[in-house]
Design a binder for this molecule. Structure first.
Ligand code: G16
Length: 545
């Protein structure tokens, strides 16, 4: 019977002690906090990733070192399961208990516990593939991770600096190589080839160039490479590409900036001209926001909800054109942040489900449909084709040329769209395909429905754990008095809807509000912030009245 390599674990663990008094939580997208206190977490994630791989008989597990949309000083880490999906939630508990073991001897106890409870055969091999984004703290954190992998004797594959979706793609490719589910070549070139080949099949003529805000993150590097593959059809004009300049990542730019401020990044003023469309990625290129200036120079934002509306209606039409609408059910998954107008628009066309925030929740819900479209309003999402749908599309005999074309297009979409996780670059190509097929301008896309005025704000709190939600995060169970005050306030506003939930990636509580009129929603959001500040806010950060 193989046992844990305790000498190596103890020796290397002592080099990465846990910071005293700090509790780590595996949140919406893994561990996330200031980059300089994460060393012990990375070491322990290395141990856990190795165990997870052994659990799957040596299949490759992914580890991504990123804090995505967070400020540059933050960092984080998340594990990726063999099919390229987020770590199974039951293992998040193990991740948390390892990260919080106060000493090396407690860490060893926790490891033994996991091995016993999860029934891990330690004689199996372990293989881990990892990468990081461009954050300054990333390189040192990768070394901590490597110590964890070394301690367990795992086979390591370092993919260097790349986007989160590419890391997910690679994990799936490695694990499906040589099987009938082979996903693609397990290298970055394979990723660009797969996307660009599908894009070329779907695009008839070149659209106008697209302005892309790369958030000064790793997406800039990937978008440059993608440009080399698709430039003959779609030219990407890249901005905010300063990946080595200190302090600029996600700062005044990027998808989160656009979504929360509902404004054009200042660096694009004078760049984006009336009548043009542009888009923003986030710091690790897994979120996408589109925007435009109309002929009167008004800014219009096209968020994840608008992407879901555009894409799902296109896919529904293709399925009908293929003559397969009886066999293939297209559905959409959203979260509480979805604009009420988007939900009403979608519900008239497809089944819609609402789940808690976090790609891990949306992804699993989307798998219940034949073709599941999921997008968070913040621009994080993808479209999943179930295995049986892919089989049907590959084997169905079309009765007309129109059906044959629709089937080919659906199959090309399944290649174009990253099947493992939300992917800003893949989603951008998808949007461009639909706009081209529909012959839509950004203004026409935006007019599919009119957003209810909405506001998303965050309040810094010392202890976000005090906020506990229910009903897909639409209501607070605790603190009860806060929910009672939300209810009382919302009743006062025409078309009012609001909720408060703790972030799983930042030390803040998020407040979402919508109402029929813009001034009202601003007032509602500000009064709700006051409620949270009264209860638990960091008073030093309270905005001046
Ligand atoms: C991550 C998750 C998203 C989530 C976002 C914000 O995005 O992957 O699903 O919407 O965090 O989560 P929260 O409101 O809990 O902070 P990213 O782009 O930062 O990885």
């Amino acid at each position: 019977m193989a046992s844990l390599p305790l000498d190596a674990i103890v020796h290397l663990s002592d080099l990465h002690p846990k910071p005293e008094g700090k509790t780590f939580g595996y949140g919406t997208a893994g561990f996330r906090t200031t980059g300089n206190i994460l060393g012990s977490v990375l070491f322990r994630v290395g141990l856990l990733a190795s165990l997870r791989s052994k659990k799957f008989d040596g299949k490759t597990i992914g580890v991504m070192v990123t804090a995505s949309h967070n400020p540059e000083g933050d960092n984080g880490v998340k594990l990726v399961d063999p099919r390229g999906e987020m770590l199974e939630t039951s293992w998040e508990t193990y991740a948390t208990s390892l990260a919080n073991a106060a000493t090396t001897s407690k860490l060893v106890d926790e490891l033994r516990h996991i091995v016993a409870v999860a029934k891990i055969d330690l004689s199996k091999p372990s293989r881990v593939l990892y990468a990081r984004d461009t954050r300054p703290s990333g390189a040192a954190l990768v070394q901590c991770l490597e110590d964890g992998l070394r301690a367990m004797g795992a086979q390591r594959r370092n993919e260097g600096v790349t986007t989160t979706p590419i890391l997910h793609y690679l994990v799936r490719c490695v694990n499906t190589k040589g099987t009938r589910d082979e996903y693609g070549d397990d290298n970055e070139e394979g990723y660009y080839d797969k996307l660009s080949n599908a894009f070329k099949k779907l695009m008839a003529k070149p659209p106008p160039p697209l302005i892309m805000d790369c958030a000064n993150g790793v997406g800039a590097i990937a978008a440059q490479k993608l440009n080399e593959h698709i430039g003959s059809i779609l030219q990407l004009k890249l901005y905010n590409i300063a990946t080595t300049t200190s302090g600029v990542l996600n700062n005044g730019c990027g998808a989160d900036y656009v979504k929360t401020t509902q404004r054009l990044p200042p660096s694009l003023h004078g760049v984006l001209k009336p009548g043009e469309r542009g888009c923003s990625l986030d710091g690790d290129a897994d979120r996408l926001m589109y925007f435009y200036l109309d002929e009167e120079n008004n800014f219009g934002m096209l968020d994840g909800d608008k992407i879901a509306a555009l894409v799902s209606s296109f896919i529904v039409d293709l399925v009908k054109n293929a003559g397969l609408d009886k066999q293939i059910e297209v559905g959409v998954v959203q979260t509480a942040y979805a604009n009420g107008s988007s939900t009403r628009y979608l519900e008239k066309r497809v089944p819609v489900r609402c789940v808690p925030t976090g790609v891990k929740h949306l992804h699993h819900a989307a798998e219940h449909f034949s073709i599941g479209v999921y997008f968070e309003a913040n621009g994080h999402g993808t479209v999943l084709f179930s295995p049986s749908t892919l089989d049907l599309l590959r084997t169905h005999e079309p009765s007309t040329p129109a059906q044959e074309t629709a089937i080919k297009q659906l199959l090309a979409l399944s290649e174009l769209i990253n099947q493992t996780v939300g992917d800003a670059l893949s989603d951008m190509l998808l949007v461009e395909v639909v706009l081209a097929h529909r012959a839509f301008t950004a203004v026409e896309w935006d007019s599919l429905y009119t957003d209810l005025p909405n506001r998303l704000v965050k309040v810094v709190v010392p202890s976000r754990q005090k906020f506990i939600t229910t009903d897909a995060e639409r209501r607070l169970v605790e603190p009860k008095e806060v929910q009672a005050r939300i209810d009382a306030l919302v009743r006062k506003y025409d078309g009012g809807r609001a909720f408060v939930r703790p972030s799983g990636t930042e030390d803040v509580v998020r407040i979402y509000a919508e109402a029929t009129l813009r001034p009202q929603v601003d007032e509602l959001a500000s009064r709700l912030s006051g409620v949270v500040y009264d209860f638990e806010g960091d008073q030093s950060k309270r905005p001046k009245e």
